[in-house]
Write a protein that binds this ligand. Structure first.
Ligand code: ARG
Length: 435
């Protein structure tokens, strides 16, 4: 029986019912829905809006329903319209008329806006914790190889010498900003919409501050229309998560490159690699590739949310039911990626010899060579040109800056002396840059 059976003379068409239902998506918010209802009913009784006995019976049964769902003793009806309806109907089936008082002064519109916020608050905490774990794994990985020198790249061309640790530290910075973005969005989201009603609040003397505080919110939303119509918090979080996925995707792209025989800077543990069904020699970085691929999903979720919201008149519209699939998928995806990436990074082995070998080619100390001439008084542009000539000489002769003789150096610029070998030593180059 539908909530609105009084107004309607026919049951909904089966396919319409399935199309309209959100139970498959929102049943995961059952605990938050119940917590919200308990706070609401506690407030209703405190304000004398419903009898104390009824409120106590409702709250006690809601606690029981929550336990029964958690234990698998109460199965959520897949044909129910949504989780809010299912819980309210179960409550009334179990305790009779008292249950019918629960929805006094409330609408599913403020109820769903509340449930999603409560649910996402927990999702934020789990995600923040996982990002912190990845930061720790990257930082420890860098510490494991404090002296590993590798080429730093621009345009994927060897550019200047850096340490492996400094390379990983860049990802730590990105992830630290991700933490800040999620924390910031979470703070803004932490305002209770409960009491907004369908859109215009209620005429009952409710206490919005009380429900907000019972549920751990910092405040409650001022405009009741905005309280039910706002999904900025979903968009902000999806945006923060998309940026985070872009970071994870870039990290994974590098790991994929580094695993190739062309680089072989790292080796992933067998537990985090896969083989080929035909090529016996293969060891593929599938996990890293999947994370890179899944970044597309999360960015897609952000686009879904922006597009769903952009043309909606105030206040609640059913379009907004689509918010949950998108934002839940975004969190699920980021979390599963992080859960998989953390141990993959923890068990990843670096191969410093290969990094050093790559760093020895590509003239990545050419800037240091030019800077050496500058220290001898030559203007940088002239030093740059002289070093360019040296690089061309090396390429012609099949040499490196390290193997050029001092006479060869002097043939290009008289200012060179034996100090140049010290200046272009890769360890010195890195040390001088504080890496
Ligand atoms: N399932 C709905 C949603 O997710 C709950 C709110 C329904 N409100 C309504 N007026 N039909 O948005």
């Amino acid at each position: 029986m539908k909530l609105w059976a009084g107004r309607f003379s026919k049951e909904a068409d089966k396919k319409t019912n399935d199309f309209n239902s959100s139970i498959a998506t929102d049943s995961r918010m059952y605990a938050q829905d119940i917590d919200g209802s308990i706070a609401h009913v506690t407030m209703l009784a405190a304000k004398g809006i419903i009898p104390q006995d009824d409120a106590a019976a409702i709250a006690a049964e809601l606690v029981q329903i929550k336990a029964d769902i958690a234990d698998g003793d109460l199965l959520i009806d897949p044909n129910a319209e949504d989780i809010h309806t299912f819980i309210e109907q179960t409550l009334t089936e179990r305790i009779g008329d008292a249950g019918k008082r629960l929805h006094t002064g409330r609408s599913r519109n403020d109820q769903v806006a509340l449930d999603v916020r409560l649910y996402l608050r927990d999702e934020c905490d789990q995600t923040l914790d996982l990002i912190k774990q990845l930061i720790k794994a990257l930082s420890e990985k860098g510490e494991e190889y404090p002296d590993a020198i590798m080429p730093g790249y621009t345009h994927l061309q060897r550019a200047q010498p850096i340490t492996f640790k400094a390379h990983l530290a860049a990802y730590i910075e990105m992830l630290t900003r991700d933490l800040g973005r999620v924390e910031d969005a979470k703070k803004r989201m932490n305002s209770s919409p409960l009491g907004s009603g369908a859109l215009a609040g209620t005429t009952y003397p409710i206490d919005r501050a009380m429900t907000a505080s019972l549920l751990g919110f910092d405040s409650y939303t001022k405009s009741t229309l905005d309280g039910v119509a706002d999904r900025d918090f979903c968009i902000e979080l999806a945006s923060a998560l998309s940026i985070c996925m872009v970071h994870l995707s870039r990290l994974c792209e590098e790991i994929i490159l580094w695993c190739s025989w062309e680089f072989k800077f790292v080796e992933l543990d067998d537990a985090f690699s896969t083989g080929s069904s035909i090529m016996p020699q293969k060891k593929n970085p599938d996990i890293a590739e999947l994370v890179r691929g899944k970044s597309g999903r999360v960015i897609g979720d952000l686009m879904t949310l922006l597009t769903v919201m952009k043309g909606l008149p105030l206040a609640y519209n059913k379009d907004m039911q689509e918010d949950k699939d998108a934002i839940f998928d975004a969190f699920d995806t980021v979390k599963i990626c992080l859960v998989t990436l953390v141990p993959m990074i923890e068990t990843m082995k670096a191969i410093p010899e290969n990094m050093r070998k790559a760093a020895a080619g590509g003239f990545i100390n050419a800037t240091d060579c030019a800077d050496y001439l500058v220290s001898k008084g030559l203007p940088f542009r002239d030093a740059y040109k002289a070093t360019g000539e040296l690089v061309a000489l090396c390429i012609r002769e099949g040499k490196t800056l390290e193997t050029l003789t001092i006479d060869e150096y002097k043939s290009v610029c008289e200012l060179f002396d034996n100090g140049v070998y010290e200046a272009i030593n890769l360890e010195n180059c890195v040390r001088r840059r504080g890496m």
